[in-house]
Design a protein around this ligand. Structure first.
Ligand code: FAD
Length: 261
């Protein structure tokens, strides 16, 4: 593919990047969509649920062609303390308002829609830098390739290395970032429906609030000193340390010299 003649480079083919590329391509703009993963969604994780209103705006009635796992009918909220819990459950008035999805499928599909609209997608291409001339962004640098464009849209995720390179944002402070873990358990459809009391194609979502989510918050104590010292090395103890969790676990931070996510 020739890398010349693009008006806009969109960096990152997550939901934001593919939606931006699709919208521009529909308007006839020459768009290059650049993704560092082997395909859109290959590197992306999230909680698992998408609200459909934005898709409806992009696709109208066609939004249901998206790779939907289940429409969320059952909603739950659980309030947790360390040693007790309280849950409430209710039903969505319109289950099509949100659905569960797998990013490897969903982002891939959205990227394909951007391509169908006329955007050019390249995978396995990490944008390392911006072309900047007299204070203006003039394109992107991906490996050996310098690709001039009129505009660049940085959709490279919440820590956005590109917007930082452009001087538009600064790195978030480590105290404002939490680490998360995700475990996916595959079960036959009937087992899921039986366990959660659902009909075929229906889904359930549960939000947990309380003791597990006070994350990296560390009181102003001697441990606080240790925390700041370690921050200087761009490494911090696992947040659970302060509550007697696993010791001696170190977690790389996003930050200066910490590399990309
Ligand atoms: C723990 C957690 C749970 C969440 N759960 C939900 C949920 O259930 N539902 C929901 O709607 N939202 C959820 N979110 C939010 C959701 O993940 C984000 O809003 C969404 O992913 C943002 O999309 P994005 O396209 O801006 O960025 P991303 O999805 O982060 O995509 C960025 C893309 O850019 C690519 N990229 C990055 N750097 C470069 C580079 N230099 N060159 C080329 N490509 C690059 C990445 O590979 C990636 O594909 C959750 C977030 C977190 C942290």
């Amino acid at each position: 593919m020739s890398l010349e003649g693009f008006e806009v480079a969109v960096v990152g083919a997550g939901p934001a990047g593919s939606a931006a590329a699709l919208t521009l391509a529909r308007e006839g703009v020459q768009v290059l969509l650049v993704e560092r993963g082997s395909f859109p969604g290959s590197k992306n994780v999230f909680g698992g649920r998408i609200y459909s209103y934005a898709l409806k705006r992009l696709f109208g009635e066609r939004w249901k062609e998206a790779p939907i796992e289940r429409f969320v009918r059952k909603e739950g909220i659980t309030f947790l303390k360390n040693d007790s819990a309280f849950s409430i459950e209710y039903e969505a008035t319109d289950p099509t308002l949100s659905f569960t999805a797998i990013r490897a499928k969903f982002d891939k599909w959205l990227g394909e829609q951007a391509e169908k609209a006329g955007a050019s997608l390249i995978n396995d291409a990490r944008v390392d830098d911006l072309l900047i001339d007299k204070g203006q962004v003039r394109g992107i640098v991906a490996g050996q390739d310098k690709i001039p464009t009129d505009a660049v849209i940085a959709c490279d995720g919440t820590t956005t290395g590109l917007a930082r390179k452009a001087g538009l944002v600064t790195m978030q402070e480590p105290q404002t970032i939490s680490m998360g873990m995700k475990d996916v358990i595959e079960l036959p459809s009937e087992t899921i429906e039986e366990r959660f009391g659902l009909d075929s194609g229906e889904g359930a979502a549960n939000v947990f609030v309380g003791s597990p989510t006070d994350g990296g918050k560390i009181e102003n104590s001697s441990e606080d000193q240790a925390f700041h010292q370690e921050r200087e090395d761009h490494r911090v103890r696992c947040p659970y340390d302060s509550r007697g969790g696993p010791k001696n676990v170190e977690t790389p931070l996003y930050g200066r010299n910490a590399g990309s996510r």
